[in-house]
Design a protein around this ligand. Structure first.
Ligand code: HEM
Length: 447
């Protein structure tokens, strides 16, 4: 086979390097193998693409030749079941149509007030920590914020108040998935290890909780139901009048919960990280916020009036795409870049490499929000923070609105400074996160 493979050790292949430093492995792969290369985890070959054309082939043009990869299909299955993120192509189209009503602009607009509300709470938490002289992990704070937002927009649930148990259960599940990806070779879920027992208990709690909520919604009927994503799922019908059954609602709700909070949290955290090093960008951002908002939180109608705020977020997601490596498995033999990939081949699309190519992005390492002044002038198929094709991110618009609001509010209330001189490095787990968090000190804006 003609696809170049990265040099590797016998038996383990590139496993040790993969565990130690995935970023370095991907960089070496691109340098040694180009647009289409491969590395090995033990006997398993993983093909990596990092050109706009090949990414487009895998995600869009030949999307029906690829299913989701084993991380989602196998390891995340106890949690996500057949939700949108992990369901096979055959069932995906119908389910996507049924979930889509949860993401219309009208539904998103409805959530703007609670997003602003939670962002204000987050600012208050940060300021309280600042006043007490405490160092805050901003990545953690952003996670609290997005968790609170998804909790309310999905379930009309106040996670900070009445759902401490749900939150703890979700964190258990999240840690378990991280653990799986860190180790990469997971222990079978049926082994009665302590970790597996804890996971089973957490999943049981979440299932019971969602089951209860769904039952309440059905009993109350659509008129009395809160206008949230769960109602959209419970009352959604497709053209044939079919709706999602309880199991499907549970899987979709869990999927939205998992897909919807950590990605957004880390995109925000990276944005603040970049702003800490770029006072010029911060200054321009402040001017836009001052002119348009003058200190208030943005409403839905304000969002189009905050183009620079959006450019800052877009550029942050270019440099640090939270969904850094969508994975697929060839469902049949496929021709990709002139090479034949046998059925079963694992293919990774490296958004990380794509977003940092010097031939597409002049001075790729530099943080320059002005790149996004005119989105139509971007290199084709080269900017994919939300992936592309039929399996692209259904939550993109919601995420962008949420981040615009959070950035606008936090920026107008707080000033952050670094609490540690240690360099902040990205770690590739489920999402691209700052390794060891993002320690900051907080003071009040304008003081
Ligand atoms: C900055 C924030 C976000 C980023 C960077 C992001 C990124 C992504 C990416 C890259 C994918 C595609 C994965 C693949 O091709 O394998 C995806 C899919 C998905 N995302 Fe997001 N996402 C974000 C926020 C959200 C939010 C807020 C929600 C929901 C509330 C959400 C729900 C989903 C779902 C359900 C899918 C699967 C869609 C399908 O296959 O039909 N995401 N996301």
């Amino acid at each position: 086979l003609a696809i170049a493979s990265l040099s590797r050790a016998p038996l383990v292949g590139n496993l040790l390097e993969f565990r130690r430093d995935r970023l370095a492995l991907f960089a070496r792969l691109r340098a040694e193998c180009g647009d289409l290369g491969a590395f090995h985890l033990g006997p398993r070959r993983l093909v990596v693409v990092s050109s706009p054309e090949l990414a487009h082939e895998v995600l869009v043009a030949q999307a029906d030749a690829f299913e989701k990869g084993p991380t989602l299909r196998r390891f995340a299955r106890p949690l996500l079941g057949d939700g949108l993120l992990s369901v096979d192509n055959a069932r995906h189209r119908r389910n996507r149509r049924l979930v889509a009503p949860a993401f219309t602009p009208r539904t998103i607009a409805h959530h703007v007030a609670l997003m602003a509300d939670e962002a204000e709470r987050s600012a208050a938490r940060l300021l309280a920590a600042g006043a007490a002289g405490r160092v805050v992990d901003l990545a953690d704070e952003c996670t609290q914020l997005t968790l609170a937002i998804i909790g309310r927009s999905l379930f009309s649930f106040d996670l900070s108040q009445d759902a401490a148990a749900a939150r703890a259960a979700l964190e258990t599940v999240q840690r378990h998935i991280d653990g799986i990806l860190r180790g990469f070779v997971p222990l079978p879920a049926w082994l009665p290890t302590r970790a597996n027992r804890t996971l089973a208990r957490a999943l049981g709690q979440l299932d019971a909780l969602i089951g209860r909520l769904v039952a309440e919604r059905r009993r109350g009927g659509p008129k009395d139901a809160p206008d949230d994503l769960l109602s959209a799922l419970v009352f959604s019908r497709d053209a044939d009048g079919e709706f999602l059954d309880d199991r499907q609602i549970r899987d979709e709700a869990m999927t939205l919960f998992v897909a919807g909070h950590e990605t957004t949290a880390f995109a925000l955290a990276w944005t603040f990280h970049l702003l800490l090093d770029h006072p010029d960008v911060g200054g321009e951002l402040d001017r836009e916020l001052e002119t348009v908002l003058g200190g208030r939180a943005p409403g839905w109608d304000d969002l189009p009036k905050l183009p620079y705020t959006l450019q800052v977020l877009s550029e942050a997601m270019r440099l640090y795409p939270p969904g850094h490596t969508p994975g697929r498995v060839a469902a049949r033999d496929v021709i990709l870049g002139g090479e034949r990939l046998p059925k079963g081949t694992l293919v990774l699309v490296s958004i990380w490499l794509l977003h940092r190519r010097a031939d597409l992005w002049p001075e790729p390492e530099r943080f320059m929000p002005a790149r996004f002044v005119d989105e139509r002038a971007l290199p084709r198929h080269a900017y994919l923070p939300f992936s592309a094709g039929p399996r692209n991110c259904i939550g993109a618009r919601l995420a962008l609105a949420e981040m615009q609001i959070a950035l606008a509010v936090l920026r107008q209330r707080t000033r952050l400074s670094r609490a540690s001189a240690a360099p902040v490095e990205p770690e590739m787990l489920v999402t691209l996160r700052p390794r060891g968090g993002l320690p900051v000190r907080v003071s009040r804006y304008g003081v």
